[in-house]
Write a protein that binds this ligand. Structure first.
Ligand code: CO8
Length: 257
């Protein structure tokens, strides 16, 4: 029988994708990564799902790529392992992603959390890019997303020392949206997800695209896309409903189209 590396639970328009390899602290073997990418894609294709939460349980979000599966690989084998494709598929989804991080988010686990749009973390969570201690370096966004989130100097220290940093410090540094007691982690992520899921989905999608696009480009390029997406939203039913509801002093009834 093949193991279910992830378990998907639905709560209305929110899907929780729970990693299920606790005995290895959710180490991201190629099979595990394939399961995450495949399930995220399936949920992304489902119009009923408007936010996806990635959650690893209390002890670990994910302790990184599976070192046992990587130790003997040559550069060509690393390239052929297909993991690059899994990461690209996760990064390509349109549905907002929330990482609910408790315990270890190390290496690829930290990179997976940073692949999400928002990070809710337990006060006990610890983040690290420890690849340097293994003679390698981050390969799935650790040098890029971390530097953009917390600045190049702090990111450089994490990448060059490999030492973990606590959630409190990273909350202050801007990587973490919400810092919560460990027992609140999933509830808090769900509340945040439900709020976003209640917003008009087309506007959420276009706004998300503009933020993500702009982070990688110049301000003027970002402003161009922002304006185009803004104008497009005037063609949606939800824009008419949202403004009408405001003027009529009632709650909007969004249809997500
Ligand atoms: N890979 C494989 N197995 C792991 C990993 C891992 N990354 N992390 C933990 N495990 C296993 C342990 O071997 C152990 O298994 P067993 O019980 O069979 O011996 C089990 O999980 C529990 O772990 P520990 O006993 O070590 O638990 P501790 O609480 O003592 O320690 C730590 C927890 C500190 C997280 C420790 O396990 C650790 O340091 N793990 C390794 C962390 C690490 O170095 N991660 C980075 C890996 S490299 C990486 O992520 C590169 C990503 C690049 C992606 C690019 C792709 C294109």
């Amino acid at each position: 029988m093949t193991k279910n590396f992830v378990i998907v639970e639905r709560q209305g328009a929110v899907a929780v994708l729970r990693f299920n390899r606790p005995e290895k602290l959710n180490a991201l073997s190629p099979e595990m990564l394939a399961a995450i990418a495949g399930n995220v894609e399936t949920l992304d294709a489902d119009d009923e799902v408007r936010v996806i939460i990635l959650y690893g349980g209390e002890r670990a979000f994910a302790a990184g790529a599976d070192i046992g599966a990587m130790a003997q690989l040559s550069p060509v084998e690393v390239a052929q392992a297909g993991t690059r494709e899994y990461w690209l598929r996760i990064w390509a989804v349109d549905t907002p992603l929330i990482a609910a991080v408790s315990g270890y988010a190390y290496g690829g686990g930290c990179e997976l959390a940073m692949s999400c749009d928002l990070i809710v973390a337990a006060e006990t969570a610890r983040f690290a890019q420890p690849e340097i201690k293994l003679g390698i370096m981050p390969g799935a966004g650790g040098t890029q997303r971390l530097a953009r989130a917390i600045g190049p100097y702090r990111a450089m220290e994490m990448v060059l020392t490999g030492e973990p940093v606590g959630a409190r410090e990273l909350h202050a540094a801007g990587l973490i949206n919400r810092l919560v007691p460990v027992e609140r982690i999933l509830d808090e992520a769900l509340e945040l997800a439900q709020t976003i899921a209640s917003r008009p989905a087309v506007a959420v999608s276009q706004a998300r695209k503009a933020v993500r696009y702009g982070v990688e480009r110049t301000v003027s390029e970002g402003l161009e896309l922002e304006r185009t997406n803004y104008e497009l939203l005037y063609g949606t039913e939800d824009q008419a409903e949202g403004m009408e509801a405001f003027l009529e002093k009632r709650d909007p009834d969004f249809k997500h189209r």
